[in-house]
Design a protein around this ligand. Structure first.
Ligand code: NAP
Length: 469
């Protein structure tokens, strides 16, 4: 239970709604009996300085920082750890007397995950796929931990050269070599490979940077920094040619564990870290629930109550769009038109598909009108259609003048026409239908709870049957 002594840690980023970090830290706090709570903070663009000053003023013990602010946050820190300085990215803020000290726990996190998996860097021939921000930090880690050889393979060769030059300058010898991606056949030897490109990430799960099985014969251990999906094509190919392969969940886990240790000054045991890992795997397999239906059907209120009951996070796509755009839905409709709004909606659903786990989502009444959105909603989770009749909608919304679609002479007629037009679309998009007319919120929730249990059971049965085939 939280009280006047509860310490708060948080995450600042944009977006933060998909994060799994609260699970890591709140579970650690519970098991380590620390009076601490961890919450995500969505920080609008241009307000990083205010966010850092604000969380310090509010006496937060520490914060994580995620994209796009890992570098942007640096000027607002009191101190920076030398490793974070060298990498140029901070993902953890630790409270000091007059401000925060910035650390990078991503690379130490990767190192601890490698150690936990029994993978040695010292004296190893290593290869990095990619030359983005993370690949650069991986090159620094491999150099610091004594790799005997580091080869960077990347599509844009100049970016790889840039990293090589920097790391070689720092170690004072030609340790890092560069090879264009297309020239991988020139390689000989046996490598520890870190897959640090974004290729293979959800939803493009069938893609891999090099598809030639011969390349995988050179790999004794493959580390894919991607964790969604948990088994990428890269991981499959390494395993198929006899190598050991791991995904990025270990790095994600240990960057959190190290941050927690920095905040509390207490060591997290490997046994507890393993339990957190299991929780993360379980949460990532959890389906989201998507509340869908006509305006006034109760998507937001039912969704919020469900999130409270199921102890999960509630996400409202209309609200996310309003925050991102800095204007209300009515204003977007009025200034940019409905099509532009729908484009924003589709873009957001694409981001959410594959990145949310075990959350409750409420989407706009018109979201399922696009076929692409209906497909995306099903990818995101179990879609619950709150079905309502026109008269109930009218009763609920007759005095609400914030709904652009109802600003007309005869709103009831408009509601009847729109509902008739959307009926089939809603039914096509739904996994579960709940008729809400005449029901209290508690009754609606109780029907949803029983229907989703049976719908999930059916899916599980289907999966078991599929496995048995
Ligand atoms: P980034 O800066 O955007 O770099 C992406 C890299 O992927 C670049 O080298 C890019 O090559 C390459 N790439 C993208 N599309 C490609 C394609 N079609 N063919 C060949 N190469 C392609 O990304 P980042 O921030 O470094 O992140 C890299 C990966 O690390 C991501 O998958 C991310 O999920 C993962 N990550 C994991 C964790 C964790 O905790 N496990 C934490 C952070 C990041 P070019 O240079 O040629 O464009």
């Amino acid at each position: 239970m939280y009280d006047g002594y509860t310490r708060t840690c948080g995450l600042i980023g944009n977006p933060v709604e998909h994060t799994i970090s609260p699970l890591i830290h709140n579970y650690l706090a519970e098991k380590m009996e620390d009076n601490l709570v961890y919450v995500p903070f969505h920080v609008p663009q241009g307000q990083v300085e205010e966010a850092v000053k604000g969380v310090f003023a509010l006496n937060l013990l520490g914060c994580n920082v995620t994209v796009p602010y890992k570098s942007e946050v640096i000027p607002y820190l009191e101190q920076i750890d030398p490793l974070a300085q060298r990498i140029g990215a901070v993902n953890t803020l630790v409270r000091q007397e007059k401000g925060f000290k910035g650390y990078n726990t991503d690379m130490p996190g990767l190192y601890r995950a490698l150690e936990r998996d029994g993978v040695k860097i010292q004296g190893a021939e290593t290869l990095i796929l990619g030359a983005g921000g993370v690949a650069r930090a991986v090159a620094i880690l491999l150099a610091e931990k004594g790799a005997s050889r580091i080869v960077i393979l990347n599509r844009s060769v100049e970016k790889a050269f840039h990293i090589a030059q920097e790391v070689n300058g720092y170690v004072g010898r030609e340790l890092v070599e560069v090879l264009p991606l297309t020239e991988y056949r020139k390689l000989t030897g046996s490598y520890l490979v870190i897959q640090a490109t974004s290729v293979g990430m959800y939803p493009r799960v069938d893609e891999v940077v090099i598809d030639d099985p011969d390349f995988y014969k050179l790999i004794h251990t493959g580390y894919d920094l991607i964790y969604n999906p948990q088994v990428t094509r890269f991981v499959q190919l390494v395993r198929q040619s006899g190598g050991k392969a791991y995904n990025g969940l270990g790095m994600l886990l240990y960057q959190g564990v190290i941050a927690y240790e920095l905040w509390t000054g207490k060591a997290v045991s490997d046994e507890l870290a393993d339990k957190v890992y299991d929780k993360m795997v379980e949460a990532m397999g959890n389906k989201n629930l998507v509340m869908m239906g006509f305006m006034g059907s109760g998507k937001t209120s039912v969704g919020m109550e469900l999130s409270y009951l199921r102890k999960s996070v509630f996400v409202d796509t209309d609200q996310m769009i309003e925050e991102r755009e800095g204007k209300s839905i009515s204003e977007i409709f009025a200034t940019e038109g409905e099509e532009a709004f729908r484009d924003k909606e589709t873009k957001l659903l694409k981001e959410l598909a594959g990145s949310l786990h075990g959350k409750i989502l409420s989407v706009g009444g018109g979201t399922p009108l696009r076929e692409e959105n209906r497909r995306l909603l099903k990818e995101i989770g179990t879609v619950i259609y709150l079905r309502i009749c026109p008269e109930t909608v009218y009763e609920r919304l007759k005095s609400d003048n914030t709904r652009p679609l109802l600003q007309c002479e005869n709103p009831l007629e408009r509601i009847c026409a729109l509902l008739e037009q959307r009926k089939e679309v809603y039914e096509d998009a739904a996994d579960v239908v709940v008729d809400v007319d005449g029901l209290t919120m508690e009754e609606v929730i109780s029907i949803i709870q029983s229907k989703i249990t049976s719908s999930l059971d059916t899916e599980e049965v289907k999966q078991i049957e599929k496995g048995a085939e």
